[in-house]
Every structure is written in C-alpha cells, then in structure tokens.
Design a protein around this ligand. Sequence first.
Ligand code: HEC
Length: 195
Amino acid sequence: MNILKLTTGAVAASVIAAAAFAHGGATGIVKERMDGMSAMKDSMKVLTPMMQGKVPYDAATVRREAEKIGRHAGESLTKLFPEGTAGKPSEAKPEIWQDWDTFSDLAEQLHTYAEGLALAADNGLMMAGSGQGAGMMGGGSMMGSGMMTGGGAMMGSGMMGGVPGREELSEMPADGVFMMLSQACSACHTRFRSE
Ligand code: HEC
C-alpha cells in the first residue's frame, strides 16, 4: 500500500520534472534563451498561415506578433548567450563566441525585421486578393516600388551583410518583410545551432 503510494508519487514527480525540463534538462540562462526562441516559434506559427493567405490577414495580429519577436531579438537575444554556455543540453555552437560579430549582427537584423514587419503590417500581402480596392491598388503600387527596392535590398543584405532600414521595410508588403525575417532565423540556426 505504502509502496504503491510511493510509486505513484514518484511517477507523478517525474512527469512534472519532464514538463519542467522540456528542453532536455536545460536550466538557468540556457533554458531562458530556449524559452525565448520557443516564444518566437509560437509567433511564427501564428504568422506563417496568415502570410500564406491560409487564414484571413489581420494587421493587428501581425503587429502584435512582430512586436513579440522584436522583444526577443537584438540585445535581448545576445545577452542570453554569455561565453561558456555551449555544451549539452544546449544546441549553441562554440562558433557563436568565435564569431560574435556575425552572431550579434544576425540578432540585430532580426530586431530590425521585426520592427519593420510591425510597421509594414498595414501594407497587407503582396498578392492580396482580398477584393477590397486597397488590396489591388496596394498590390499594384507595391509591385512597382516595393518589389524593386525590396529585391535590391535583399540582394544587398545577402551579399554584403547590409540590411534594409526600417523606413524601407515599412514600405514593403508584409509578406516580403516576413520572408526576410524568417531568413534571419534560419541564417543564424544554420551557422550557430547544431541539429
Ligand atoms: C542570432 C542567432 C539566432 C537567431 C536570429 C534566431 N535563433 Fe533560434 N536559436 C539560436 C541558437 C544558438 C539556438 C540554440 C540555443 C541553445 O540550445 O542553447 C536556437 C534555438 C532555437 C529553437 C529551439 C529552442 C529549444 O527549445 O531548444 C527554436 C524553436 C528557435 N531557435 C526558433 C527561432 C525563430 C523562430 C527565430 C526567428 C524568429 C530564431 N530562432 C532566430 C540562434 C538564433
């Protein structure tokens, strides 16, 4: 009887522990940054179907999720990576500290894109087929200016490490900015996160 109780208790405790250490036993600052990354992933899960036109576009939601991502980017991100915090259970690569400039640049780029996306939220989607006059008009005018500058900026950022400024981003269609934002996630993961 007592043994049974104890066993049940132990099982319950281990379930709770598993939930608490959902990131493979990470604690402290490593857990903190994993939580921040997970929060950004949650925002991406809200934004992705919206950017693909699978759920109705809502500028307020885009702004809100972009601002959430922004709060985890830039310095908020880099300050959670003090030197010497690689190694299990962390997936952070030691290259982060060998190439800190690139790492913090990418964190800063993410911040700029998040701010840019919040500013561009009202522009809607490039291919907006919403049927509202503004959608067509906006789409047309953005094709002209947005696509050209956007495309050029993207080339520039890819090749030269320069990033379009907030101004420029704020004039692009939201899905264009979103694409650049998600590229910042994967660029950093490819380079600085082990699988
Ligand atoms: C400047 C680099 C950088 C940027 C930008 C970045 N990440 Fe990460 N991300 C990392 C690193 C490094 C790790 C591994 C952290 C660890 O395990 O200690 C990580 C881990 C993660 C994880 C796994 C967290 C866990 O629970 O183990 C998710 C999810 C994630 N990132 C999502 C995102 C999303 C979504 C974005 C963009 C909105 C993003 N990241 C942008 C560097 C970055």
